[in-house]
Design a protein around this ligand. Structure first.
Ligand SMILES: Cc1cc2nc3c(=O)[nH]c(=O)nc-3n(C[C@H](O)[C@H](O)[C@H](O)COP(=O)(O)OP(=O)(O)OC[C@H]3O[C@@H](n4cnc5c(N)ncnc54)[C@H](O)[C@@H]3O)c2cc1C
Length: 384
C-alpha cells in the first residue's frame, strides 16, 4: 500500500467503527475505515443487540433505521428470563423489542451500510500495528505491514485488545474490571422461548452467568462468561465449565439431550465500563470496547459501541468545522459518553459485586418477586 492520506482514520470496523463512519458520511470528510480482516467476519459474542441500536441509526439518518428494520436475519426478543441458582426464574419484559443477530450478519450489515458511501474508503485485511502523532504537521501516521497511511484525526474502534488504547490511553487489563466469556452455536436445544433471552446464574460459577439465546435461523448461541478476577483466582477453565453445565446441570442438561454443537467453543475478553479511562485527547478518540464500555453485569457492549461511535463521528465533524483538535475541545466527547453510560455501568458493577454472588439473597429475591407482583415491578424498574 502506498502512503494514503485521509481526514479521519477509523481503526476497526465492528459496530463502533462502522457507526462512527456512518455518522460522518454526509460531512464530505475523507474517511478510511481499516480492519485487520475482511467482511463478512465473525466476532465471538452472545449476539444480543440492545433495542436502542435502531434508534442510534435513526438519529444519524431515518433511512438507516428503515434498512435495519428490513434486515431479516434477526430474532426479535421481548423478554429476558433470569434463572436464580435455585432454578426459580423471573421474566423481565422489555418496553422495546431487542434483537438477537449473529455478529457475522450484523457487523457486515453495518460495514456495507457505511462503506457504500463515496467518502468512506474501506481498507480490510490490513492490521494497524502502531499509531504515532507528528506534531510538526499535526498528523497521525498509521503503520501497517503493507505500508503507511496518515490522517488528521484518529478514531480507535479496534476492540478489546485495542492497539490504539494501549498507545494513546490506558489499555491495562485490571482484573476486577475485566470479564472473559466463551460461546458456541448449537441446534436442537429444547424448551426455549423463541422470543426471550435466557440468563442462568449457576451455583458452580459465582461471578457470571450461562446463557441461551435463540437465533433467527433456529440455532442457539450458548455461552458462559464472568469476572476475570474470579476465573483466574479459582483457576477456572470456562470451556470445561460450559461443557459440565450442558452435560450435568440438573435443569439445563436435559434440554441439551437432543442438541448438536455446530461450532467450536471460542472465547474472548470484555473490558468492562466500571473503570473510566481517557477516551479522547489531541486528535484522537476511542469507542466501544477500545474505550472499555461493556456493561459490568450483562456483558453487553454492542449498543455502547454504536452510541460512542456515533458521538465520535459527530465530534469529528465538529472538529473539522471549527478546526479545533485540541484535547480541551475533545473533552466534551468523554463527557457525553460517560453521561450516557457511567451511572448504569456503576449500578451494574455494584449488583455484580454485592448481589449476584450472594446466592441465598438472590434466590430469596426471585422467590419474593414470583410471590409479590408489586415487588417484581419494583425490581424490574431497579434492574432493567
Ligand atoms: C463471549 C462474548 C459474548 C458477548 N455477548 C454480548 C451480547 O450478547 N451483547 C452485547 O451487546 N455485547 C456482547 N459482548 C460484547 C461485544 O461483543 C462487544 O462489546 C462489541 O463487539 C464491541 O464492538 P466494537 O466495535 O467496539 O469492537 P469489535 O466488535 O471487537 O470490533 C473491533 C474490530 O477491530 C478490528 N481490529 C482489531 N485490532 C485491529 C488492528 N490492530 N488493526 C485493524 N483492525 C483491528 C477487529 O478485526 C474487529 O473487526 C460479548 C463479548 C464476548 C467476548
Amino acid at each position: 500500500m502506498a502512503a494514503l492520506d485521509f481526514d479521519v482514520a477509523v481503526i476497526g470496523a465492528g459496530p463502533a467503527g462502522s457507526t462512527a463512519a456512518l455518522a460522518m458520511v454526509k460531512s464530505g470528510l475523507r474517511v478510511a475505515i481499516i480492519d485487520q480482516v475482511g467482511f463478512p467476519r465473525d466476532k465471538i459474542c452472545g449476539d444480543a443487540v440492545a433495542a436502542y441500536a435502531s434508534k442510534v441509526l435513526a438519529t444519524i439518518s431515518p433511512a438507516f433505521r428503515t434498512e435495519f428494520e428490513r434486515f431479516a436475519q434477526r430474532r426479535p426478543v421481548h423478554t429476558c428470563r433470569v434463572f436464580a441458582p435455585n432454578g426459580h426464574w423471573l421474566d423481565f419484559r422489555f418496553s422495546e423489542t431487542g434483537n438477537i443477530i449473529k455478529r457475522i450478519d450484523l457487523d457486515n450489515f453495518l460495514f456495507q451500510l457505511a462503506t457504500r458511501h463515496e467518502h468512506v474508503t474501506p481498507i480490510t485485511g490490513t492490521r494497524v500495528n502502531s499509531v504515532r502523532y507528528h506534531q510538526h504537521d499535526n498528523r497521525w501516521e498509521l503503520r501497517t505491514p503493507a505500508g503507511g497511511l496518515s490522517a488528521r484525526l484518529l478514531i480507535g474502534c479496534d476492540g478489546a485488545n485495542s492497539v490504539v488504547t494501549k498507545q494513546v490511553s490506558d489499555g491495562r487489563l485490571i482484573q476486577p474490571h475485566h470479564s472473559a466469556a466463551v460461546r458456541a452455536y448449537f441446534t436442537g436445544v429444547e424448551e426455549v422461548n423463541p422470543e426471550s433471552f435466557e440468563l442462568h446464574f449457576i451455583s458452580e460459577f459465582q461471578r457470571g452467568y450461562f446463557w441461551i439465546f435463540p437465533e433467527w435461523d433456529g440455532s442457539f448461541n450458548v455461552g458462559l462468561g464472568g469476572l476475570t478476577q474470579y476465573i483466574s483466582k479459582n483457576n477456572i477453565n470456562l470451556k470445561d465449565i460450559l461443557q459440565q453445565i450442558i452435560s450435568h446441570h440438573p435443569t439445563i442438561s436435559p434440554r441439551f439431550q437432543k442438541a448438536r454443537q455446530i461450532t467450536e467453543v471460542k472465547g474472548f475478553g470484555l473490558p468492562l465500563g466500571s473503570r473510566k479511562i481517557p477516551i479522547s485527547g489531541t486528535g484522537w478518540m476511542l469507542c466501544g470496547d477500545a474505550a472499555h464500555l461493556i456493561d459490568p453485569l450483562t456483558g453487553e457492549g454492542i449498543g455502547q459501541a454504536m452510541v460512542s461511535g456515533r458521538y465520535a463521528g459527530w465530534k469529528a465533524v465538529e472538529c473539522f468545522k471549527r478546526n479545533n483538535f485540541t484535547s480541551a475541545f475533545m473533552k466534551s466527547y468523554d463527557k457525553q459518553v460517560y453521561n450516557k453510560f457511567w451511572a448504569s455501568h456503576r449500578k451494574s458493577y455494584l449488583l455484580q459485586k454485592y448481589v449476584v454472588p450472594r446466592f441465598g439473597l438472590f434466590n430469596q429475591v426471585v422467590v419474593w418477586a414470583q410471590r409479590y407482583p408489586g415487588f417484581h415491578r419494583w425490581l424490574h424498574r431497579a434492574v432493567v
